[in-house]
Design a protein around this ligand. Structure first.
Ligand SMILES: Cc1cc2nc3c(=O)[nH]c(=O)nc-3n(C[C@H](O)[C@H](O)[C@H](O)COP(=O)(O)OP(=O)(O)OC[C@H]3O[C@@H](n4cnc5c(N)ncnc54)[C@H](O)[C@@H]3O)c2cc1C
Length: 434
């Protein structure tokens, strides 16, 4: 997402742009899988919300309004087998939420209102704006100022950890405060055919080399030399004026490890090398439509790392043997942190079987005849905004200069909008200096 957003800015500035993409399509972690047996054919379908300003600008610019599907924000928090609704756009749902006491509900509401007033400064997409709020406090410490332990574990924690998979103890309070400031009253959407459409449209006008993995990056006499290996095994080196490295942090660190300090300074290098990612595994099944709640985000409450953290259901249509349409749900199951790490080492057959065994601990009525459908593994899924990380990001952003600049969600928050803005920021560094 960051690389294609950067490409658009550079093309706008009159540059010729080549995109090297290791995968078979654009969009990176925001790219969906597709299967022709389901309608719509898209699998993992990333959400975005009414507060993604750039995304909506691009939707209007590209005339993609008809691709938008509004999702019901049906969050169901399960505490010891008991489900309860918690909707971010409904005050009533918060005030009647049964898993925490009234004092916590009021504490959460007043906390949210307090942060909402600072919405402009608490910009979840802008690490420079967020840096002053990143005072070393963790999200858990922040939450406990206004909530009891139970209030935190059953209210704020499931809202944050089910979307991002990490622990509130490990991330900056600034991230949660920014999320709280933005999310009240927000509407949720997906693209009918997947979010990669935005990356693809952003990249229009660039020379796109799919299945070209960059293996080496050198700078000689101010000229950037990029070596890439194509799918057929051919390796070629080409020369450029400058480059936006828009991979994950660990790949960026590896590719630029041999560059001298005047091109990639010590702070930038250390920043790239120390980013930590939470892995993700989504195991999906086709189930009868009536067997699961629709468009639901079913989430485990509590402080423990559960066997299964989240189930998300999307309606899909399949055809029976006679070609008749049949309504189904595609149920995406996300195991907890420890189980994700364990399951990532197993075969797909074992992943389906094990996940099906574990899922009933979160949702006892998960259908026994659920049909294994597709698995998506992301060993490097979500970069952690650890305490102090936004401060460091802001510093490293200030140090970026041509001919080698970096972009990606690890500077900011693991959100597609933030990744795109990071790409634009990186491109501006190049257009300002040359
Ligand atoms: C499971 C999951 C669910 C998510 N859900 C949401 C959501 O609902 N809403 C939302 O807004 N965001 C969501 N996100 C976050 C969003 O996907 C990311 O923030 C965004 O994709 C990050 O963009 P990026 O450009 O920084 O990195 P990436 O998307 O990872 O792009 C990096 C690109 O670099 C390429 N690459 C890597 N190495 C090389 C190489 N050597 N040579 C050439 N190319 C290379 C990769 O193939 C990839 O295309 C989710 C992420 C995950 C993992």
């Amino acid at each position: 997402m960051a690389g294609c957003a950067a490409a658009k800015e550079l093309i706008k500035a009159g540059r010729e742009v080549v995109i090297f993409e290791a995968a078979a399509g654009l969009g990176g972690r925001a790219r969906s899988w597709h299967r022709s047996e389901i309608e719509p054919s898209v699998g993992i379908n990333l959400w975005f919300t009414s507060f993604y300003k750039l995304m909506f600008e691009r939707i209007r610019e590209y005339g993609l309004e008809d691709q938008l599907v509004e999702m019901s924000n049906n969050v169901i928090v399960v505490d010891k087998g008991k489900p309860a609704e918690l909707l971010s756009d409904s005050m009533r749902s918060l005030l009647t939420y049964p898993h925490v006491g009234l004092r916590d509900r009021i504490g959460f509401l007043t906390g949210t209102l307090k942060e909402t007033v600072k919405r402009k400064q608490l910009d979840i997409f802008d690490p420079v704006a967020l840096a002053p709020f990143d005072d070393g406090t963790t999200a858990a410490q922040y939450a406990r100022k206004s909530l009891s332990q139970r209030g935190f574990d059953n209210l704020l924690r499931p809202e944050i950890e089910s979307f991002w998979l990490w622990r509130c103890e490990d991330i900056s309070a600034a991230h949660v405060r920014a999320m709280q400031a933005q999310v009240a009253g927000a509407k949720f959407y997906v693209f009918r055919n997947g979010m990669e459409v935005i990356a693809e449209r952003n990249a229009e006008g660039a020379d796109i080399r799919l299945e070209h993995e960059v293996t080496e990056l050198q700078v000689d006499d101010g000229r950037v030399h990029i070596t890439a290996r194509s799918a057929d095994g051919e390796t070629r080196s080409e020369e450029f004026d400058d480059v936006v490295v828009a991979t994950t942090a660990s790949v960026a660190a590896k590719l630029t490890a041999a560059l001298p300090n005047d091109l990639v300074g010590r702070d930038t290098r250390e920043f790239l090398e120390t980013q930590v990612y939470e892995p993700a595994l989504s195991v999906s099944y086709l189930v009868d439509f009536s067997s699961m709640p629709s468009e639901a985000h079913i989430v485990a409450a509590g402080a423990d790392d559960p066997p299964v953290k989240t189930i998300i259901t999307f309606p899909r249509t399949v055809r029976d043997e006679k070609g008749k349409p049949v309504d189904k749900h595609l149920a995406f199951v996300y195991p907890g942190r420890a189980q994700t790490r364990r399951l990532l080492t197993l075969s797909p057959e074992e992943q389906y079987a094990e996940t099906k065994r574990l899922v009933t601990e979160l949702w006892p009525d998960f259908p026994a005849d659920a049909e294994p459908f597709e698995i998506a593994s992301r060993p490097q899924a979500m970069p952690l905004p650890a305490p102090g990380r936004y401060r460091m990001s802001a510093r490293v952003i200030g140090l970026q200069h041509a001919p080698v600049v970096f972009a990606g969600d690890y500077f900011t928050s693991p959100i597609s909008e933030a990744a795109m803005l990071s790409g634009i920021r990186a491109a501006e560094k190049l257009t300002q200096t040359g």
